[in-house]
Design a protein around this ligand. Structure first.
Ligand SMILES: NC(=O)c1ccc[n+]([C@@H]2O[C@H](COP(=O)([O-])OP(=O)(O)OC[C@H]3O[C@@H](n4cnc5c(N)ncnc54)[C@H](O)[C@@H]3O)[C@@H](O)[C@H]2O)c1
Length: 700
């Protein structure tokens, strides 16, 4: 099928953008629209043109897959096409039948008239990829909706409905229902009344004190945008629209766009965008794999995780039954769920109606009889193999045939759990992250015998409950926690060498992490990490660990929940206050080890932290636990507060250069914990071949 269809209704030519799902402006589509315009100009009977999108979208914008590739500037470029539209001798009407984002909105703004469906979202999301609209968006939008409104849309990247912009010059008419007839009728009126070819570029911006306003905006945006160059460049571009003639403004926009395109931040954000899409692709599980239907869910255990997991399904309109061992545990768990929803209701982020609906979706039970019909059962009981065994044996007995049996285990061997049933093909790991109703990440742990349809259905479920699903193989800690264990161990060892917890946290937060490791540990519960370490001590007797975290735990300092951990906390206040006692313990431990403490720079902290993550990530990749390096990045971006403007640990590794990382690791290995710095084979191999993580493994 052609990228754009050309038809006519009387004197009106209709060009229909046809590149599902969002009619992205790839080179073929741009050419087809340009051909349509040329044809409309040459046909005498045609007196006006309507451009409309097929399906539910008008146009989702540039094809991000073309960014940085020759196809992006292949003739006609988007700018060429917009000039063609603007200079068409016959009036062009955009029929904005659905979303018009980025280049899609720029295309609409180059038309002479615009008719919009009331609910159509209109926006400029480029800033979210570290860019700005680069085809006149920053110059035409302020002319059509005013400087202030345009600035808000361009800097936030958030869409606004056509209804909310109805009073601006962006929209000449708003229509409900089928838009095309309304747009054709509008075009006929333009013809009948001989209306002029209105061009956004000709609108004069009259905004007194524009410079003062934009300076004020810069002051407000700068602290929020500190690691992101794009928002301030957006202000510069809008300033050019306000102060310069159109063509000069366009030049400024072009220069700023290219500058942003080459920033490491934009490259990282674009990588993250593609990485999220790639994560859903599983090479041996084609998209045609039949899915199992999930109409009802059961959750076993109403603890910290079970309640949050249940909320995800209730939010998606899927009924959930939560099973517990005692009425008291059930009441407690469901009480927490209710409290969570109440707090969202109070904040005005949930209507009373939605609140009631969601609560109605969740029912509690103490009997397996009530979960017999569930299509998906997710076990979230204690992290103890004996308890898991008991639960899975029972599930095997009662769950209906074809039900998916999932475990939320963080550390236990999923294959062993599957072996407790006579249907290991139905068993899979669905590893949610705390808080389970909020965290975006879902590790889908594929057991040796998990069925392909079970894997495909789990990926589909992750989308349905608005999570980002990433496939992981079975290993200790799966992708995320296995890397985190290496990272925490390294950060704790650094305490012995000379750093203090607050210094390490600050360095990592300056790098861009939402929270440094010791603040994370206080939030998650130091006892949980202690529990994991005790197991690691037994299973990996040769690994060197710092003793300091155990000493902190022996004092009952489990973190925020006990009012003290790596930091002190005032009652009812989560602000971490550096603890004199903890710092004293850190110094004592160095003395006990006979280590002469030395200054540790912030750079060294960041290098040790990142390289320990990267090295473990490389092992995970070489063992095939992760399908591709970008999946590891997605895990860290969505589940561990890794800064998106750095792209994820393995993307970051590629930007640093693998030989540089190896060199630093060899230097670190001279410390007293050389075992922590044994390079992964894959890291050495790629470094010696001059390759990157991005070049390795499954490519799509
Ligand atoms: N807490 C986290 O941050 C986190 C994150 C990811 C995964 N996990 C995993 O999720 C699982 C649950 O962890 P949690 O933190 O919610 O634990 P939790 O102790 O808060 O809750 C466990 C619940 O399971 C119930 N339970 C125990 N045995 C049961 C049985 N036989 N039948 C039904 N209910 C039973 C308990 O009464 C309790 O309410 C564990 O496997 C854990 O490793 C936890």
């Amino acid at each position: 099928m052609a990228y754009a269809d050309y038809t006519s209704q009387g004197a009106v030519a209709v060009i229909t953008l046809n590149n599902p799902p969002v009619n992205a402006l790839r080179a073929g589509l741009r050419t087809a629209v340009a051909d349509g315009l040329e044809r409309s100009a040459s046909e005498e009977s045609i007196r006006a043109v309507v451009i409309v999108g097929s399906g539910n979208a008008f146009c989702g914008g540039a094809d991000v897959g073309e960014f940085g590739l020759p196809a992006m500037s292949a003739s006609p470029s988007l700018s060429d096409l917009l000039s063609l539209i603007e200079n068409s001798p016959k009036p062009v009407v955009a029929a904005i039948n659905g979303l018009a984002l980025g280049g899609g909105l720029e295309l609409a703004m180059a038309c002479h008239y615009r008719v919009g469906a009331a609910a159509a979202p209109l926006g400029m999301p480029e800033v979210k990829l570290g860019l700005l609209p680069g085809a006149g968006g920053t110059q035409r939008l302020p002319r059509l909706v005013g400087v202030e409104r345009a600035l808000n849309m361009i800097v936030s990247g958030n869409p606004v409905s056509a209804r909310d912009l109805a009073e601006t010059e962006l929209l000449d008419s708003i229509a409900d229902g089928d838009l095309l007839p309304a747009a054709v009728a509008f075009a006929e009126r333009v013809i009948a009344s001989n209306l002029p070819l209105k061009k956004a570029r000709d609108i004069r911006i009259d905004f007194p004190n524009a410079e003062a306003f934009l300076d004020f905006a810069r002051g407000a945006i700068a602290p929020l945008a500190k690691n992101y160059p794009a928002p301030l460049k957006c202000v510069d571009a809008v300033e050019a629209a306000a102060l310069k003639p159109f063509d000069e403004g366009m030049k400024t926009e072009g220069t700023l766009f290219i500058e942003l395109l080459n920033t490491p931040e934009s490259k990282a954000l674009r990588h993250a965008f593609f990485a999220m899409r790639a994560a859903a692709k599983i090479p041996d599980v084609p998209s045609s794999t039949p899915l199992r239907s999930i109409r009802s869910v059961a959750v076993i255990g109403a603890g910290t995780m079970g309640g949050g997991i249940a909320m995800n399904f209730a939010n998606a309109g899927i009924p959930v039954t939560v099973l517990e061992t005692t009425q008291a545990a059930l009441d407690k768990g469901l009480g927490t769920v209710k409290k969570n929803y109440e707090s969202t209701l109070k904040k005005g982020r949930l209507t009373q109606d939605e609140f009631d609906k969601r609560l109605r979706q969740i029912t509690g039970t103490l009997s397996y009889e009530d979960i017999k019909g569930a299509d998906l059962v997710i076990e979230a009981v204690f992290e103890d193999m004996a308890v898991k065994k008991q639960v899975f044996e029972k599930l095997d007995e009662v769950a209906k045939s074809g039900a998916i049996l999932a475990s939320n285990t963080s550390t236990l061997d999923l294959n062993k759990i599957a072996s407790f049933t006579r249907r290991p093909q139905d068993v899979i790991g669905l590893h949610f992250f705390s808080p389970a109703n909020v965290s975006k990440l879902l590790e889908i742990v594929r057991g040796a015998k998990s069925g392909k349809d079970v894997v495909a259905t789990s990926m589909a479920v992750s989308k349905q409950i608005k999570k980002v699903g990433v496939i992981s193989g079975v290993c200790d800690g799966f992708i995320g926690n296995r890397m985190m264990n290496a990272y925490f161990r390294q950060m704790e060892l650094l305490l012995d060498v000379g750093a203090l917890p607050q210094q390490i946290d600050k360095a990592m937060e300056k790098f861009g992490f939402a929270m440094g490791p010791f603040r994370v540990s206080d939030l998650a519960g130091n006892d949980i990490l202690w529990y994991i370490r005790k197991r690691l001590y037994v299973e990996y007797p040769d690994r060197v660990f710092s003793k300091t975290p155990d000493r902190i735990c022996e004092l009952g300092r489990f973190g925020q929940k006990t009012g003290a951990g790596w930091y002190d906390y005032k009652p009812g206040d989560r602000t971490p206050v550096p603890s004199e006692l903890v710092n004293k313990i850190v110094l004592e431990e160095s003395a006990r080890l006979g280590i002469a403490r030395r200054p540790v720079s912030d750079d060294e902290i960041v290098e040790r932290a990142l390289y320990s993550l990267i090295n473990e990530g490389a092992r995970i990749l070489e063992e095939g636990i992760a399908l591709r390096g970008s999946d590891i990045d997605v895990v860290y971006l969505t589940g561990y507060g890794f800064p998106d403007f750095r792209g994820g640990p393995l993307f970051y590794a590629d930007t640093v250069g693998l030989p540089n990382i190896l060199r630093a690791m060899r230097k670190f290995a001279k410390d007293y914990q050389p075992d922590a710095w044994k390079p992964a084979r894959l890291l050495e191999q790629l470094a010696s071949e001059g390759k990157t993580f991005a070049s390795w493994g499954v490519q799509s």
